[in-house]
Design a protein around this ligand. Structure first.
Ligand code: AMP
Length: 982
C-alpha cells in the first residue's frame, strides 16, 4: 500500500472543522503557525522521508500543516523543530496549544508494533538563535501528545491539546515534535504566555502583569488608587498562573466631592454633594440649600435657612420657627397669685424638632414695666420649655403683667428676628387683697382691740376678713407643740376680742376675702399680749419676737437646704446615658458609634435620619432573587435623575403588614444606613413615603456566601478562601469598632459580589429572633441560631463583639469546608452538649493549619481570651502576605474534635457491612464502587486513605470529604457516643 499517497490525500484534502480558540483571557502570542502561513521555515530531521509540509485552501486562505505517516517502518525518529522563539523576560511559563489529527492504526493494514498513535513534544532553551545547528540531545521532553479522538479512514477528528513549558529562564527556546511512527498532521501550533490584563478593581488600578509559573503561582501586584481616590494601605491583588486576578484588596475610597462610578471617581453632579472620604455615593443637596456646583463637598444653606452647630453637614437647612400661637392666660378660682399660660406650638417649625419656648415676665405699673425678677416662680421653668404651658405663681394680685413667649430652635442664634407672642394680663380685681398692717387700738387684761389696713393700691372692695388667733404657749419653741387657732370671719377691718387670759401673748393673722370669697394671703403673724390682772400694760414682746425671728431663720435654713438637695437630685436624674458615655473612658472609642434606632421615640425619624428617601419611580424591579422574612427580594435597577443606572437589590414588605412589622422591616435600613465600609452591604436608600415600603441596597451578583461555596465546592484555593475571610473580618472589625453587635453572623448572611468580595449583611432589630430559619427558641424565650452562637450568648444572652468572634470562627469553618453545615446533622442539643464538654469542630478537609488554629482561638470558652476582630484581620493579612504559611494542612485531632455523626450503627454497635456504613452517612450511591474495588469489609475501609477513595471513583469533593471524615471518626472511635474525649 502506498501510504505516502494516503497521507497526502488524508491530511491535505479533507476539510476539517478547524477550531479557532477564542481568546477569553489575555494571551501574548509568541508563535502562531497558522498566522505565519508558508513562512514557517521549521527544520525537519531527517530532511528526506521525515515531516513534510502540506497546504490547503480553506475559505480563500491557505492553511499549512506538517504531516508524517511512516506507519509501516520500524524505529522511526523524525523531528520537526520550530524557529527560535524569543521569550518575554518575565514569562517563565508558556503554553503550547496544538491542533492535530492522528490516524487510527487499525485503518492501515500494518504491523501493530510499528504503527503509533502518539508523538512527543520537546523543548530546548537557548540565549541566541543557533540557526540550523540542531542537536536532539539538547532537548528535554515536555509531554507525549496523545489524541482524544483518533480518525479512521475518511473522517478527520481534530484534537486540541495544550501543554505547559515551565521554568524557562533563557532568552528564548525551541520546540520540537518527535514522531516515532504515527500518522499525524499538525495544523496549528500556538505558543503564548498569559497575562493578567491591566485592570481597575474597587477603585484601585493594577498594571498588566505576566502570570507566574510553578515557582510563583500567585504574583502579588501592588496598585494605586485611581485619580481622586485615597487609601491608607497600598492596594494589592494577585495574578494567578491562569492570568486571572484574584483577591483584590483595596480600600480606595473617593475623596470628598467625588463618588465611585465606572471604576473611577467622578465629581458629584451639580445639586449633589459628598462630605467625606467614603465609599458612599453623592447625595442630593439637603432641603433648603443653594444648588451646589459639581464636586461639592457640602451644600450651603439658602438665605434665611441655617444649620445648628450640632447638625451634620448632611442635614437639611432649617428656617426659624414662627411665633407661638393663641397665647392665653387663665386663672383658677382657688389659686392665689397664680395663673396658667398656654399656647399652641409654632405653626411653622422651620423643619426642626428642637423647638423650645422661653417665657419672659414683666410687671407694669401704669406704663412703667420692669422684669418680674426672681420672686415670680414658673413651673416647670420659664426657659427651655418643650411643653406649651407653664404655671406662673407668686404674682401680685394688683399688678399688670406682660408675658412674652418666644419660640426658639437650634438655629435661632443665627438671626436677630424673634418669634414671640405676648399677652398683658392682671390677676382679676376680685383676687384677694393684701393686709398690710395690723395694730392694737386698745387692750385690757382680758381683751384686745385690733385694727388692720389693706394695700393702698388695691381697690376697697373687700367685704370680709378672716382673723385667726391663738394663745402662744411658753414651751412652744422647745416642744414644737402647736395649739389650735380660733377663726373669726369679720365684716370690717377691726375687732375686739374678749375673754382672753391676762398677761398672755396671743398670735394673730388676718386675710382679706374678696366678694367672691377668694382668700388673699395671710398677713404676717403678729403677737399682742393682754395686760396683767389689775396691773399696768407690760409685755415681753421683744423676747417673743426674737424667738419667732430665730425660729423663722431656722426654718429658712431648713428650707434652703432641702431645696438645694432636691436640685442636686434632679440634676442627677437628668443625666442621660449620653452624659455617662461622654464622661467615661469610652471616650476613646471612635467618634462614630452605632445608634440603636430604638432610642428614637418614633422609629420613622430614625429611618429618615440614616437613609435617603427614594421615589419609587426611580426603581425598576426585574426578578425575584430571594425571600426575606418581610417579603420578596428583587434584583432591579435604580436610576436617580441624571445619574447612571445601578443594579440594586430591592427588599419589599409584603402587603397586609402591621405598623410594628413595617417599623421592624425599616429598622434594618436605619442600622445599615449608619455604616459605610467596603465589606458591609451598602444602603442606597428607602421608600417609606409610599404604600409599599422598600429597602434598596447594592446588588451582590453572587448572592449568599453559603450557597456560593456549595456551588463551587473544591474549585477555590485556600488562598482565595482566606482572602474572602479577610473581607468578612474587616467588615466585622468595622462593626465592632462602631460598637455594633451583629448576633447572627453566618455564611448565609454574607453576600458575595462579582469580584468575590464578601460583605456582611442582614441587620435588623428583631431579625435574629424572627427571620433566620436557623433561629431556635431557647428556654429564656429568645430565638438563637445555636450552632453559630457563643456559649455565653446561648446561656445568658451575653451578646458582645466577642460572641460575634465565635460566630466568625464558625463562618471560617463554613468557608474552608465549602458551605458544609456546621456540626453536620447533629441536633442542637448534641451541639450544645459537645461544646460544653470542650469539643470543637474538626479542621475541614485540606484546611491550612494556621487557619484552623485561628478558628480554635475564636472558640475559646473564655470570651476575654478570644482574639478581637482587629487581631483577626492582622493575622489573616499575614497569612495572605506569605502564602507558604497556608501550606501546612491541619490534622484531624481526636482529642478536641467532634466526629462526624453516624460513626457506628444505629444501635451503637460497629457497622456490620460497608453498605450499612455507607447508608448511615447517606453515601449509598458508592456501594458499587467499593465492592468493585474489592473493599467488602469494614477493616478494609479503615485502611483507606483519601487517594484510595478518589481512586475508586469518588470524585465530588463534598462526598470525598464526607467519606474520609467518617473513616477518620471510625478509626478513633472509642465509645458509641458521637462525641468523645481523651
Ligand atoms: P435577606 O432577607 O437579607 O436574608 O435576603 C434574602 C435573600 O435575598 C438572600 O439570601 C440573598 O440570596 C438575596 N439577597 C438579599 N440581598 C441581596 C443583595 N444585596 N444582592 C443580591 N442578593 C441579595
Amino acid at each position: 500500500m502506498d501510504y505516502s499517497r494516503i497521507k497526502r490525500t488524508l491530511f491535505v484534502s479533507v476539510f476539517m472543522n478547524f477550531v479557532f480558540i477564542s481568546l477569553q483571557k489575555k494571551q501574548e502570542v509568541l508563535l502562531d503557525m497558522v498566522a505565519s502561513g508558508a513562512e514557517l521555515g521549521w527544520l525537519t530531521s531527517p530532511v528526506e522521508h521525515g515531516w513534510e509540509i502540506g497546504q490547503r485552501a480553506v475559505n480563500g486562505s491557505l492553511l499549512y500543516n506538517y504531516y508524517i505517516c511512516n506507519v509501516e517502518e520500524r524505529e522511526q525518529d523524525n523531528w520537526l523543530r520550530t524557529t527560535f522563539i524569543q521569550r518575554n523576560p518575565t514569562a517563565s511559563r508558556v503554553f503550547v496549544e496544538l491542533q492535530f489529527v492522528v490516524r487510527d492504526c487499525n485503518s492501515f493494514n500494518v504491523d501493530s508494533l510499528t504503527c503509533k498513535e502518539t508523538f512527543n513534544l520537546y523543548a530546548s532553551e537557548a540565549d541566541a538563535d543557533i540557526g540550523t545547528a540542531f542537536r536532539k540531545g539538547q532537548f528535554r521532553k515536555v509531554a507525549t501528545i496523545a489524541p482524544d479522538e483518533i480518525s479512521s479512514l475518511g473522517e478527520m477528528k481534530m484534537n486540541i491539546e495544550t501543554k505547559v513549558v515551565d521554568n524557562l529562564s533563557h532568552k528564548g527556546f525551541y520546540l520540537a515534535f518527535q514522531d516515532i511512527g504515527a500518522c499525524v498532521a499538525i495544523y496549528s501550533v500556538r505558543v503564548y504566555y498569559k497575562t493578567c490584563p491591566a485592570t481597575v478593581k474597587s477603585l484601585a488600578k493594577f498594571p498588566e502583569t505576566v502570570a507566574g509559573g510553578e515557582n510563583q503561582a500567585l504574583r502579588e501586584v501592588t496598585g494605586s488608587c485611581v485619580s481622586n481616590a485615597v487609601s491608607e494601605d497600598q492596594p494589592r491583588i494577585y495574578c494567578t498562573t491562569d492570568g486571572e486576578w484574584v483577591v483584590p484588596m483595596s480600600q480606595c475610597q473617593c475623596i470628598p466631592g467625588f463618588e465611585a462610578m465606572n471604576d473611577a471617581c467622578q465629581e458629584c453632579q451639580p445639586g449633589f454633594f459628598k462630605p467625606s472620604v467614603s465609599s458612599e455615593t453623592c447625595k442630593p443637596c439637603p432641603e433648603n440649600t443653594q444648588p451646589s456646583g459639581s464636586g461639592a463637598i457640602s451644600c450651603t444653606c439658602k438665605d434665611g435657612f441655617y444649620r445648628a452647630p450640632e447638625d451634620p453637614e448632611t442635614a437639611d437647612c432649617s428656617g426659624l420657627p414662627s411665633a407661638p400661637q393663641d397665647l392665653v392666660a387663665t386663672t383658677a378660682q382657688t389659686s392665689i397669685g397664680r395663673l396658667q399660660l398656654s399656647w399652641k406650638p409654632s405653626a411653622d417649625t422651620g423643619g426642626r424638632s428642637d423647638i423650645r419656648y422661653t417665657v419672659v415676665c414683666e410687671r407694669c405699673e401704669g406704663r412703667a414695666c420692669q422684669p418680674c425678677g426672681e420672686k415670680v416662680r414658673f413651673d416647670p421653668s420659664n426657659t427651655d420649655l418643650k411643653e406649651t404651658r407653664v404655671t406662673v405663681s407668686d404674682l401680685e394680685p394688683y399688678l399688670n403683667y406682660t408675658f412674652t413667649v418666644e419660640a426658639r430652635s437650634g438655629v435661632s442664634q443665627f438671626s436677630n428676628k424673634r418669634a414671640t407672642n405676648s399677652i398683658i394680663t392682671a390677676l382679676p380685681y376680685t383676687s384677694p387683697i393684701k393686709v398690710t398692717a395690723m395694730y392694737v387700738v386698745d387692750r385690757s387684761s382680758t381683751s384686745l382691740s385690733l385694727q388692720w389696713s389693706v394695700s393702698h393700691l388695691s381697690k376697697p372692695v373687700a367685704t370680709r376678713y378672716e382673723l385667726m388667733f391663738r394663745k402662744k404657749e411658753n414651751d412652744e419653741e422647745i416642744t414644737g407643740k402647736v395649739t389650735t387657732y380660733t377663726v373669726l370671719v369679720l365684716e370690717k377691718n377691726s375687732v375686739q376680742i374678749s375673754d382672753l387670759s391676762p398677761s398672755t401673748v396671743y398670735l394673730f393673722k388676718v386675710q382679706a376675702l374678696s366678694p367672691e370669697g377668694n382668700p388673699g394671703s395671710y398677713s404676717l403673724e403678729k403677737e399682742f399680749s393682754t395686760l396683767p390682772e389689775a396691773s399696768q400694760k407690760t409685755g415681753n414682746t421683744a423676747v417673743i419676737l426674737g424667738a419667732v425671728i430665730g425660729g423663722g431663720v431656722m426654718l429658712f435654713i431648713v428650707v434652703v437646704v432641702l431645696l438645694l438637695r432636691k436640685r442636686r437630685r434632679n440634676s442627677h436624674t437628668r443625666r442621660g446615658p449620653e452624659d455617662t458615655y461622654f464622661s467615661s473612658p469610652d471616650q476613646l472609642k471612635p467618634l462614630k458609634t452605632y445608634v440603636d434606632p430604638h432610642t428614637y421615640e418614633d422609629p420613622n425619624t430614625a429611618v429618615l435620619k440614616f437613609a435617603s428617601e427614594i421615589h419609587p419611580s426611580h426603581i425598576t424591579k426585574q426578578k425575584v432573587i430571594g425571600a426575606g422574612e418581610f417579603g420578596e427580594v428583587y434584583r432591579g435597577i435604580l436610576k436617580v435623575s441624571s445619574r447612571k443606572e445601578t443594579a440594586v437589590a430591592i427588599k419589599t414588605l409584603k402587603p397586609g403588614y402591621t405598623e410594628k412589622q413595617r417599623q421592624d422591616f425599616l429598622s434594618e435600613a436605619s442600622i445599615m444606613g449608619q455604616f459605610s465600609h467596603q465589606n458591609i452591604i451598602r444602603l442606597e436608600g428607602v421608600v417609606t413615603k409610599f404604600k409599599h415600603a422598600m429597602i434598596i441596597t447594592e446588588y451582590m451578583e453572587n448572592g449568599a456566601l453559603d450557597k456560593y461555596l456549595k456551588d463551587h465546592d473544591g474549585e477555590m484555593s485556600s488562598f482565595q478562601l482566606v482572602g474572602m475571610l479577610r473581607g468578612i473580618a474587616a467588615g466585622m472589625k468595622y462593626l465592632s469598632d462602631m460598637s455594633y453587635v451583629h448576633r447572627d453572623l453566618a455564611a448565609r448572611n454574607i453576600l458575595v459580589n462579582s469580584n468575590l468580595e464578601c460583605k456582611v449583611s442582614d441587620f435588623g432589630l428583631s431579625r435574629v429572633l424572627e427571620d433566620d430559619p436557623e433561629g431556635t427558641y431557647t428556654t429564656s424565650g429568645g430565638k438563637i441560631p445555636i450552632r453559630w452562637t457563643a456559649p455565653e450568648a446561648i446561656a445568658y444572652r451575653k451578646f458582645t463583639s466577642a460572641s460575634d468572634v465565635w460566630s466568625f470562627g464558625i463562618v471560617m469553618w463554613e468557608v474552608m469546608a465549602f458551605g458544609e453545615r456546621p456540626y453536620w446533622d447533629m441536633s442542637n442539643h448534641e451541639v450544645m452538649k459537645a461544646i460544653n464538654e470542650a469539643f470543637r469542630l474538626p479542621a475541614p478537609m485540606d484546611c491550612p493549619s494556621a487557619v484552623y488554629q485561628l478558628m480554635l482561638q475564636c472558640w475559646l470558652q473564655d470570651r476575654s481570651k478570644r482574639p478581637r476582630f482587629g487581631d483577626i484581620v492582622s493575622i489573616i493579612d499575614k497569612l495572605l502576605k506569605s502564602p507558604d504559611s497556608l501550606k501546612a494542612i491541619a490534622d484531624f485531632d481526636p482529642r478536641v474534635s467532634i466526629r462526624l455523626p453516624s460513626t457506628s450503627g444505629s444501635d451503637g454497635s460497629p457497622f456490620r457491612s460497608v453498605a450499612e456504613w455507607l447508608e448511615s452517612i447517606k453515601m449509598s450511591q458508592y456501594s458499587e464502587n467499593f465492592s468493585k474495588a474489592g473493599i467488602i469489609g469494614m477493616e478494609q475501609v479503615l485502611q483507606m486513605k483519601s487517594e484510595d477513595i478518589h481512586n475508586i471513583g469518588v470524585h465530588l469533593p463534598g462526598h470525598l470529604k464526607r467519606i474520609a471524615y467518617s473513616i477518620l471518626g471510625l478509626k478513633d472511635q472509642t465509645s458509641t457516643l458521637s462525641v468523645f474525649a481523651v
